[in-house]
Design a protein around this ligand. Structure first.
Ligand SMILES: [Zn+2]
Length: 137
């Protein structure tokens, strides 16, 4: 999920994030059955490069539902956990605010309200679970 700020604009320039390919990928350029999604985040181990978790993200606008079926199916195939994180934007410090976090797999959970520090701990914990036991794992 992208939002437009000077900080993100700078990030887009550096890493080439852009919607052009995704827009091109739609019907009628490609047949409607060529469906796709973006996986927002793949947490991976910096030592062994194995994927550790999939995370779908979106700005929290009070939505009760966000489709996650494809992400869940991918997590099942990969044997890794998957999460949905809906985040508020803390405008004053251009960071995330409170988040609603839902484990998609395994097993699916209800949304939990987490503060940014708790989300940070969740992500750190994901990295500490790598089987390789790397220097930071
Ligand atoms: Zn590892």
């Amino acid at each position: 999920m992208s939002y437009l700020t000077d900080v993100n604009g700078e990030r887009q320039r550096l890493y080439g994030d852009d919607l052009t390919f995704r827009e091109w990928h739609r019907f009628p350029t490609l047949p409607a059955y060529c469906s796709m999604i973006d996986i927002d985040i793949v947490e991976y181990c910096k030592d062994c490069r194995q994927p550790l978790a999939l995370i779908e993200t979106a700005i929290d606008v009070g939505q009760l539902f966000k489709p996650t079926t494809v992400t869940k199916n991918l997590a099942v195939l990969a044997g890794i956990p998957a999460y949905l994180i809906l985040y508020k934007i803390a405008v004053k410090n251009q960071s995330i605010g409170d988040c609603r976090v839902k484990k998609i797999y395994p097993p699916e959970s209800n949304f939990r309200l987490l503060e940014p520090e708790e989300v940070k701990e969740l992500i750190i914990q994901i990295h500490q679970n790598c089987f390789c036991g790397g220097e930071d794992g």
